[in-house]
Design a protein around this ligand. Sequence first.
Ligand SMILES: [Zn+2]
Length: 145
Amino acid sequence: MTASLEKPIPIPTEADRPYWDALREHRVVLSRCVACGWLSQRRKMMCLQCHSEEFDWAEISGRGTIYSFTAVHQTWVTAFKDHVPYVLVSVAIEEQPSLILVTNLLGEYDFEELEIGQPVVADFEPCGSEVLLQFRLQGADDVQS
Ligand SMILES: [Zn+2]
């Protein structure tokens, strides 16, 4: 078996195609329960809050805060060999802080200065034929008046 040099990504399905299409346009949309408004990253069979089976897609701000983070120094996946060390971050999104999204933390920063609760904004990384949702630290340019 030959090792792939391309990073593995989640496989899009027809059911969550709108999520992936939005990322190409640098927008973040999440699956939203029509009955109670509960958000999830990928389309579920049933709402985990109210058991409704009806969903639509809702665009979110892309803002959130760091819930936790860790630095990855070692990898056994060839495709990530040239990327270590990198930082994985769990992000509580502004619209529903109980929804935690796990991504890479892109951009320039000092790992020692990262803190839980720091504001982050969505960023978008082309990967193969798709665009991945990532986050980066919120900068002065991102603050909306
Ligand atoms: Zn619901």
